[in-house]
Design a binder for this molecule. Structure first.
Ligand SMILES: Cc1cc2nc3c(=O)[nH]c(=O)nc-3n(C[C@H](O)[C@H](O)[C@H](O)COP(=O)(O)OP(=O)(O)OC[C@H]3O[C@@H](n4cnc5c(N)ncnc54)[C@H](O)[C@@H]3O)c2cc1C
Length: 418
């Protein structure tokens, strides 16, 4: 999953301190989401993975308790220290990542409106992303294309302004869109001026039942199979001028700056990437922690050679490493989330760093968990093989591990590394 936006998130409480001792509010939210993850999400994980369908009844249950919806979303973002959003994501994905993504895919699309939209656009569109508890909806954030994955500057989808009608006309094909085609709201990034690469792009909101937007092939996946992923086709999709995120005046000014060669805007976009990546990292930590906890209990119970397998150093040390790596990844995620919320400058791509670490930890921890469970780990009777399949996406979407390393390397060196 990739993100873009016109501006970095605002920091209305710039001096919120960072404490590893969570506040009462943060602890309450964690306990509440954990209860839902343990009682509703975890028990349903295997079924929805096998069904490969969007778990609408579970999204609805989440909406009924206020975990899925505009108010919940606003409350999680409002934490002045920035830790509530990663905490919520970790707990939910500890329950199940496929179901978690069906719930949080919408939040990531809503975050793009939050990041780039005007206050009026936020008020109009973010509630529509979620619908209501009686009529839940999902949203989709569409950047990637068949020939533009890591290289988002290569987008071919175009947006042309029809001045006479004050309408934008979008044409192209989006690939890999989470909730693509089934969403009430699609946020689509398109090129307004291809010669400017990523600086000539803008994000547009496409509302429900807009003619010309259709779903392409639904992708059959390795993991997070409860989460819907599909191509989206845009064929002369006409939307009112006001559905350009941030508004036309801002876009025109940005294009003019890009044509003059001014650098400021790409800096702002980078700040936004850095702010969303730790949230995705927190999801990976949830999966890793699930696998670690499961493997720890299993290793204490499973006996071979007359003793619990954890009494062998190789197993005990593997678990020690898993715990250490998970805690390390979480600290990076919390640091980057706090930096984003309090408006700190990301000088070493700390957001990318956190997502890179968390994704790789999740893949390694789930792989080790399979090993610790032996043959049982390899079967669908036990959840760790599913968690391993789910974890792998975290080294691919929202920027692959290679792209994260590239971003970090460029940030620390100031050099143009290819
Ligand atoms: C399940 C799933 C859900 C997704 N959801 C969304 C979504 O909601 N919205 C959305 O817009 N996109 C989404 N994506 C797309 C995702 O962001 C892309 O798959 C990802 O950015 C990688 O692009 P690609 O698949 O085209 O791989 P490529 O860009 O073709 O990369 C292939 C390989 O080459 C490497 N590579 C490429 N360039 C370089 C370089 N310069 N240096 C070193 N290595 C390089 C990559 O790291 C990778 O290992 C989703 C993808 C999946 C699988």
């Amino acid at each position: 999953m990739t993100t873009t936006a016109d501006s970095a998130p605002s920091a209305d409480s710039a001096q919120a301190s960072f404490s590893l001792e969570l506040s009462e509010d943060q602890r309450d939210v964690r306990e509440w989401v954990h209860g839902f993850a343990a009682g509703v999400v975890r028990p349903a994980g295997s079924e929805w993975d096998e069904r490969e369908e969007t778990p609408w009844p579970i999204i609805q249950e989440a909406a009924k308790i206020g975990l899925y919806g505009f108010e919940g979303f606003a409350q999680f973002w409002a934490d002045p220290a920035g830790l509530t959003m990663p905490i919520v994501n970790e707990e939910l994905f500890w329950g199940d990542a496929g179901i978690g993504m069906s719930i949080m895919g919408t939040a990531l699309a809503a975050a793009s409106i939050f990041g780039s939209g005007t206050p009026e656009q936020m008020g109009e569109w973010i509630p529509q992303c979620f619908g209501t508890p009686d009529d839940v909806k999902v949203a989709s954030f569409c950047v990637s294309e068949p020939d533009a994955g890591s290289d988002v500057s290569a987008l071919r989808t175009t947006a042309r302004y029809d001045e006479a009608k004050d309408e934008w006309v979008l044409n192209g094909q989006k690939a890999w869109a989470t909730n693509g085609g089934i969403a009430a709201v699609h946020v689509v990034v398109a090129s307004v001026d291809r010669e400017l690469g990523s600086r000539g792009q803008a994000a547009f909101v496409i509302g429900p039942d807009t003619p010309g937007l259709t779903q392409g092939t639904k992708v059959s996946k390795h993991g997070i199979r409860a989460s819907h992923t599909a191509d989206v086709f845009l064929d002369d999709v006409r939307i009112p001028g006001r559905q350009l995120l941030g508004g036309k005046e801002k876009l025109d000014a940005r294009l003019a700056r890009a044509r003059e060669g001014t650098r400021s805007k790409s800096q702002a976009a980078m700040q936004t990437f850095e702010a969303t990546r730790p949230i995705v990292g927190a999801q990976a930590i949830g999966i890793a922690r699930a696998a670690y906890e499961y493997a720890l209990e299993y290793a204490k119970e499973r006996r071979q050679f007359g003793r619990a397998i954890i009494e062998n150093q190789s197993i005990a040390f593997a678990l020690a490493d898993m715990k250490m790596e998970i805690d390390c990844a979480r600290l990076l995620v919390w640091r980057a989330s706090w930096m984003a919320r309090t408006g700190q400058t990301f000088t070493a791509a700390e957001g990318s760093m956190s997502k890179l670490k968390a994704g790789e930890v999740a893949v390694a921890a789930t792989e080790k968990a399979i090993q610790i469970l032996g043959g049982n780990g390899y079967t669908r009777e036990f959840p760790v093989e599913r968690w391993h399949r789910d974890a792998k996406i975290y080294t691919i979407f929202e920027g692959t591990s290679e792209i994260q390393r590239l971003v970090i390397a460029r940030a620390i060196s100031g050099m143009k590394i290819a």
